[in-house]
Design a protein around this ligand. Structure first.
Ligand code: 3H9
Length: 700
């Protein structure tokens, strides 16, 4: 049982006890109802207090049970709430720390509620692609009013208990305890008082629920929601459910909410969001680095290189209150870097995103130097210099000479071998890759590249640091391109073949953007600079001459069309503007290129474009998994969701493949392999993918 029962004088206390956040799993639900039965049967008990052990009142339905029979096994949450409502003895909820989702719904089923200050109160179900399914949409409007309740339900955001308790006319909390520590005593005192008074027990379900301009208000809410969440069905359904609370009898409203809840649970969008919730937390865990491995202290950081990347990386630490010393070779490079960094902060102040005094606080944490000797006292250094192994060797040799023992030596390389970099030092165990994505102060993703000799506590350290600077850290093994860029190379190769065969860059971009990518491969190339891919291909032509590429991109680069920075790439650009305009020059280039290859262009469907691009990611992702470069399929999904603009509502490439069905994915790959203009070798399904497909299994 994961709820405890004890009696204190004439009050029974039922305490949820299901770490980490008292999720309302089956055994907890059984524990609550058994506690209620016991209390009601015990003549010595006059009233009941319901609370939660540890760091939460309750985080809601136990997410670990979703999709299992236990989720709905009786007593389900609605049955538990019904049992609370019909308890003959008063039940007082003592809410603290976190009351979310089903946890808040549980409290709303109690006769009275006392909240501790500082408790986070939310119905966050919408963030999992569902809506509150145990009366939240029917009861919350009755205690907070329709508008406040709907805002909370549609946003899913947490509101502090003090804020809610101070709303005029609110009936959510009967009392706010003086301190978190006095909560239980105050809840017990209230329970005793109401038991002694013997007044009829109040039920939220009996409160009225209406809005003075109902129809107009709900129409307005629908319009708002449509604009904000166009790829997610849940928010609009939240509006329907709250409207039902104002128009239907309570039990009819409950049935309506239940129906919507069950339907939303089956949507691919909800599956994706629930996957992401778990994937995000799973990414922070490294299979062989347990909680017993203690991170090293990181109180001061050095950044080598004051370029765009170095400056962006520095901002992350300054934002988190961690002092940074930035090193450059020349004073003017330092001055330029610091100037850009300050300008970035000033732009944030102008947009109202940062207070002016915060800007100065952050800048005060930044110091600069031209001398490696000044790095002696820092706990972690991140190198962000030019991508050249010789340059890295020079930097790491110097770092090795000056850094204190135990300092973490990180490289922001995006392409080079971290093991080689580690071996430039006498302390390869302290070396790790930290691949930030540009702009480094904005992008959530941080690929943590674990070298062959990287120490476990260095891994624990950088994961802890990543959390502090609010990055989604995903661990990658050492390989060319790590997880993200290794996969994107296959995606880009497909984009090239598609153009060779008959698609225009615009069609490819449009198709994949309609699928949900933030930006198609050609617009992306123009933004990042087509010369970057060109440099990689030139290397490949030497290292892997057997690899097949479309040469259209090389021809483009030979014309100097590197993208936005040269005013022309796959698209034309007007001076000072970023709008991608179809280019007759590129059309001609592609046309001649096809002629030279002897290809008669064919019409390619959007579906084929999307499948070839996305399944290229999937096949390479499967190889990355079987090689152990990524330890979980969900890590690959996190890389693509947080670093490459993969649509959130599809949950990442690997979950998307699971949703399509791996059998179907393999069938498509076999078809692509028969296309003479494509790369038949690449389309051999990765052994892991084939095995899972044969066994009817999924990546996740
Ligand atoms: C619902 O209630 C449906 C009902 O309306 C209807 C039902 C019929 N269950 O975030 P953290 C785990 S839907 C089980 O890192 P924090 C989490 O996986 C539910 N486990 O910590 C992690 O585990 P691990 C609506 C849960 O302190 C650990 O707790 N509720 C649950 O930064 C720590 O999590 C939500 O959507 C759960 N419900 O934040 C609540 N929640 O250590 C979403 C968390 O193994 N949860 N875990 O990796 C949150 O917002 C945050 O987790 C919370 C704690 C604020 C609770």
């Amino acid at each position: 049982m994961t709820a405890e029962y004890k009696v204190q004088g004439d009050i029974a206390i039922i305490s949820l006890s299901n770490p980490p956040v008292n999720g309302l799993g089956h055994s907890t639900r059984v524990g609550i109802t058994q506690g209620l039965d016991k209390a009601n049967a015990d003549p010595a008990v006059k009233a009941i207090v319901l609370t939660g052990d540890g760091k939460a009142f309750s985080g809601g339905a136990d997410i670990r049970e979703f999709g299992t029979p236990k989720a709905t096994q009786e007593p389900n949450l609605n049955s538990v709430i019904r049992a609370l409502e019909y308890s003959a003895k008063p039940v007082v909820a003592a809410v603290h720390s976190v009351a979310m989702g089903g946890g808040l719904e549980l409290a709303l089923g109690c006769h009275y509620r006392v909240a501790a200050p500082g408790a986070k109160i939310a119905l966050p179900e919408v963030k999992l692609g569902i809506l509150p399914g145990a009366g939240g949409t029917q009861r919350l409007p009755r205690v907070l009013g329709v508008e406040t309740a709907l805002n909370m339900i549609v946003s899913g955001d947490a509101v502090n208990s003090e804020v809610l308790a101070s709303l005029p006319g609110q009936k959510l909390f009967d009392q706010l305890s003086a301190t978190p520590e006095s909560l239980i005593d105050e809840a017990i005192a209230l329970a005793r008082k109401v038991a002694a008074e013997g007044a009829p027990l109040p039920l939220v379900r009996n409160l009225p629920c209406s809005h003075p301009q109902g129809d107009a208000y709900f129409q307005f809410a629908r319009n708002m929601v449509k604009g904000m969440a166009k790829n997610f069905p849940a928010p609009a359904k939240c509006v329907d459910a709250v409207e039902a609370a104002t128009k239907r009898k309570f039990d009819d409203g409950m049935a309506f909410e239940r129906d919507i809840f069950m339907n939303l649970m089956l949507t691919p969008e909800s599956r994706a969001l629930r996957h992401v919730f778990q994937a995000e937390r799973a990414a922070a865990k490294i299979p062989d680095v347990g909680d017993d491995v203690k991170p090293r202290a990181v109180n001061k950081v050095a950044i080598i290189g004051a370029g765009t990347m170095g400056g962006g990386i520095a901002m992350n630490f300054l934002n988190a209150g961690i002092p940074v010393v930035m090193l450059e070779m020349k004073q003017d490079a330092l001055d330029r870097g610091v100037g850009i960094l300050r300008k970035n902060y000033e732009a944030q102040v102008k947009r109202g995103k940062l207070k002016a005094d915060k800007l100065e606080q952050r800048m005060a944490l930044l110091s600069t130097t031209l001398s490696y000797d000044d790095l002696k006292d820092v706990d972690m250094v991140i190198e962000a210099v030019f991508e050249d192994l010789g340059v890295k060797e020079a930097v790491f040799t110097k770092l090795d000479a000056v850094m204190k023992p135990g300092a973490v030596l990180a490289s922001n390389t995006s392409t080079l071998d971290v093991n080689k970099i580690a071996n430039f030092t006498q302390r390869p165990q302290d070396v790790v890759g930290l691949h930030f994505f540009s702009p480094a102060n904005v992008m959530k993703l941080l690929e943590v590249v674990r070298g062959a000799k990287t120490a476990k506590d260095v891994m624990a350290t950088v994961m802890a640091v990543a959390k502090k600077i609010k990055k989604t850290a995903v661990v990658s093994g050492v390989c060319d391109g790590f997880i993200g860029n290794r996969m994107i190379e296959e995606y880009s190769r497909q984009a090239g073949f598609l153009v060779d065969e008959g698609a225009t860059p615009q069609q490819v971009d449009r198709a994949i953007e309609k699928f949900g990518f933030a930006m198609g491969p050609f617009r992306m190339g123009d933004l990042a600079g087509n010369d970057i891919g060109w440099a990689i291909r030139k290397r490949r032509y030497v290292e892997r001459p057997d690899m097949k590429y479309s040469k259209a991109a090389d021809l483009l680069c030979e014309m100097g069309r590197y993208g936005q920075k040269t005013g022309a790439g796959w698209y034309d650009y007007q001076p000072g503007k970023r709008d991608a305009l179809p280019s007759p020059v590129v059309d001609k280039l592609i046309d001649e290129h096809r002629k030279a290859l002897g290809i008669t262009p064919r019409k390619i469907s959007d579906q084929e474009i999307v499948e070839r691009l996305v399944f290229a990611l999937v096949n390479e992702g499967a190889r990355i998994l079987e090689e152990g470069i990524a330890s979980k399929a969900s890590d690959i999904d996190m890389v693509y969701l947080t670093g490459y603009g993969f649509p959130l509502w599809r949950g990442g490439p690997m979950l998307y493949a699971d949703t399509v069905g791996l059998f179907n994915v393999v069938q498509s790959m076999k078809r692509f392999a028969r296309n003479p203009h494509d790369d038949a070798k690449f389309w051999q399904p990765a052994p892991l993918l084939r095995k899972l497909a044969d066994e009817g299994k999924t990546f996740n």
